[in-house]
Ligand binder design. Structure first.
Ligand code: 5GP
Ligand code: ZN
Length: 132
């Protein structure tokens, strides 16, 4: 059983912030900022590539509920919502999870990618691969 399935089953303890029939949200053991929370479906899916459509759509509703809970209870005015799918993207636990990272003044979190020059040819080439 995977780590997050063990947390869902209660075999490993977690700081639970939200639970319903299909989802659990708990504090990330390594808090990027205070309130950093993971939302996980109780049914195991490895990543965004294998989750079913019903769970995927419900998950965003839960993410929005938990984001608002953190906003109301922690007084945060901004969050980043992040999913790492695949090892190259930094996924370390292969049970899909959405990070909700509350943002604070001077919190030293840098998530924005570097800016690149606009390259019409590269965009057209990529788009044609995606669409063909
Ligand atoms: P990933 O890198 O896969 O996107 O995120 C996995 C997250 O799970 C990491 O941020 C890591 O800190 C968190 N994590 C790993 N083990 C545990 C654990 O046992 N309990 C909790 N609450 N979080 C964990
Ligand atoms: Zn699992």
């Amino acid at each position: 059983m995977c780590l997050f399935c063990k947390i869902i089953d209660g075999e490993i303890p977690a700081y639970k912030v939200y639970e319903d029939n299909d989802f659990l949200a708990f504090l990330d053991i390594s808090q990027a900022t205070p309130g950093h929370t993971l939302v996980v479906p109780k049914k195991h899916f490895d990543s965004i590539f294998s989750i079913d459509e019903e769970t995927a759509s419900k998950m965003l509703i839960v993410v929005s509920k938990v984001a608002n809970l953190l906003k109301d209870k922690l007084g945060v005015s901004a969050v980043n919502i992040l999913n790492n799918s695949g090892a190259l993207a930094g996924q370390t636990v292969n049970h899909i999870h959405i990070h909700i990272i509350p943002r604070y003044e001077n919190d030293n979190i840098h998530l924005a990618p570097d800016a690149h020059d606009f390259d019409a040819e590269a965009l057209a080439s990529t788009l044609s691969k995606i669409l063909n």
